[in-house]
Every structure is written in structure tokens, then in C-alpha cells.
Design a protein around this ligand. Sequence first.
Ligand code: GLN
Length: 470
Amino acid sequence: MTLSSLRQQLLAGQTTSAAILSGLAGEIAARDGRTGAYLSHDLESAMAEAENVDLSLPLGGIPIAIKDNINVLGQPCTCGSRFLAENYRSPYDATVIRKLRAAGAIPFGRMNLDEFAMGSSTENSALQTTRNPHDPERIPGGSSGGPAAAVADFTAIAALGSDTGGSIRQPASHCGVVGLKPSYGRVSRYGLVAFASSLDQVGPLTRSVEDAARILQVIAGLDPLDSTSLEAPVPDYLSGLNDGVKGLRLGLPKEYFGEGIAPGVRRQVEAAVQALAAQGAEVVDISLPHTEYAVATYYVIAPAEASSNLSRFDGIRYGQRAANPADIPDLYKRSREIGFGPEVKRRIILGTYVLSSGYYDAYYSRAQKVRSLIRRDFEAAFTRVDAILSPVAPSPARKLGGASIDPLDEYLSDIFTLAPNLAGICAISVPCGVSAFDGAAALPVGLQILAPHLGEAMLLRIARAAESHE
Ligand code: GLN
């Protein structure tokens, strides 16, 4: 059931929050052994919260699953890393959690992810494997693989994830659910463990566009604890949801429909575009000329910021600490050697390199300039169109591959999701059918919709129209 329909049942007295929670616990016991979306869950404390919940609130009594890089008071927050797996408990609620609670929601369950949200498969989790509910031999996508898999597997109703370069949209696409990355500054990052601070945003993964709108409504807005959160008023995301796309101009960027896209993805995305056109949208060809630089730009800026953010994991302040250090440098080195997995180390090395004296101008400061060009591409396009349509990923979910996967191939597969983060605009993935791929009969495909900065109301309205076709 969707969050919206459960809410109606709760209000009509047909179910209770406790019944929903124990139902979920049953589903988790029945299926999560196979899917591996949950790292942990605490039914007892969720039940205690359910007792006092005010059902009249916007999310009253609804359990929401939380990616394990968002702090919830008293709960683990492993970030999928050995660094934090054993002895870290959050000493505070992230602002998004505080807002969920104030709206009556119950944070329930800690969801697997690529270590520190670095990856596109959830295979970089140091803690467990998460499988795609549509085919257990395949990845759920990532880094929010746990949240997406659980929502698709009916072991969660809705979830919060984080998106730095596609980590909400790509797993949503691979698992056949809705995933929304809000505009940069729309949602507070306070209490989200920082990966790349100029790119990170928290957003919902849900079974419907309406559910995504309901959650965004609650978590959006200014937060004095995050100086990059914006003062702009939060519009009503539900009122215009069903206004349709008649008369809207939707752009198809030619750079997003080139070579390398699996035929089934192309077919389903084109069918979704046709369906929007049939509902009265005007589809126009556009160009985002700097698209080809998005992967290189992102994979300089994101690791640079990560190398700085992750310096706080030193064996002294958080989690993992090496035994019997000879001196302080030895403590730092060995704690980080044991605590971080290979992808995180790769990012720290890359990031440190591009920020180092002699290379800073050649890489980091150049990437910032290209980032401006990418942002201007979108600004120019949005003078001509209301929104932009594209695939989310070049192919449906690949098979689990572990260490045999080439990191560069993984980075390249992020081609369609990175630029919206670099530009700070909002973006959503909506299911648009299934496709045969690489021996599998039917794997989910996502349509990506992009709208201008703070254009979430428009984004959700178009997503709703696309969803009604599917
Ligand atoms: N796949 C991208 C990366 O590995 C994006 C991850 C994310 O959005 N957190 O950096």
C-alpha cells in the first residue's frame, strides 16, 4: 500500500500504527533475509512511539525507513562502514528526522548503503549485500540500495535516502520505485553524514509521486543549523499535483539520448515521453552541451569534498580505533586503514591529490569552472522549457559483481544523474515500465525528470502525469 492510502485507513480507524509496524516486522522476517535491505531495526522503541502518535498530523503513525547515514537519536548510524559499525550511536536527531517526528512519522529501520554513500550498487557496503527484489542475482542500485529495495520489496512503506550524484534516483530506477532529489538547499543536511557537502541532499523514496510530495512537504524548508538551507517559502506540493502537463514544454537533451543506452531503456523512456505528449505536453529538442564533462567534473569535486569531510574519522572522535598505537600518526593511519573500505580509500586518495599544491589549479579549480558551465547549460535550457526528460541510467540493474567491477565503468554509468547535483536543480526518477536485459525478462526502468532550482511543484506535477501513464 502507498503511504497516502495507509494514511486514509489510519484516519478512518481501519488500522493502527502498531498494526502497521508489526505487519512490517512480519514482512521483514519473511523476506529481508533474502533482500538484505535492513541493517537493523528496533521494533520495540517504534511501538512505544506509535502509542502516543497524533494521527491527525500529516504523516501521523506512518513508519519511514532511514538510510544509515542519517542520524536518529540513540540509533546506530553505520554509513555502511566498519568505521562506525560497532560502537557509534547517534547523539542527536538530524533535522529531517526532527521534522518527520513533528509530522507524526515514526523513523523505523536503518537501511543499507554503499560505504559513506560512495557507489552506485550498494556493493561497497562493508556490512552486507543488498539484492534487487526483482532479481536477487542483481544489484538494487546505490548508494540508497537499502531504502529502494525495501520500498520495492514491501518491507518498508517509504524511506529517506541521500543523493550526491544519483543515489536516490538510480536505485529507485533499478528497483521500480519513485525517488526524488530536491534542489540544493531545499532540505536541511544537518545530521546527514557529509559526503560532498556542495552536492548532498536528503529526499524520499516512495511507491507513488503523491507519497514523495507528502514527505517533501514535511522535510523541506529553512534550518538555522544548515547555513546552505534556503529561506524560500515551501509551496503546497499536493495542491497542483493532478494539474497535468497540457501546454507544458518538455525538453529532450540530445546528449542524453546518444549511444550506449540499452535498447529497452530507450524504448521505455521514449514511450513515457510519447505518453506525456499525448496528454498535451509539447516536446522539444534541446542541447546541454557540457554534458560530456559531467562525469569528470563530479569525480574531481565529490572526492575532493569527501577527502576533507572524512578527515574527521581519525580514530579519536568516532568509531573504529586501532589497538596499541605507537604514537598519534600511527593511531590515525591504522584506524583509517582498518576502518575504511577500498572505494572510500580510493576517493580519499583522488580527492587529496586534486586538492594538493601543484594540482589544485589543474584539477579542482578547473572542475569548479566546468561546473559553472554545466549549471549555465541548465539555466539556458530552462528559458525554453519547463522541464527536461531523460533516462536515469544507461541500463537496468546489472548482476552483482563484487570486485570484478571496474570502478571507472561504475563512474561512467552515473552519466545521467550527476549534472543535476552539479547544477543544484531538482530531479526525480519515476518508474516507466520494464525491459528485458542481460538474460533477465523484466527489470524496472526509470524516467528522469529535471526541473529548475526550487521547481519541485512543477517536477512533481509532471512526475504524477508520467506515473499515471505507467
Ligand atoms: N554514484 C555516485 C558516487 O559514487 C553518487 C553517489 C551518491 O549520490 N551518494 O559518488
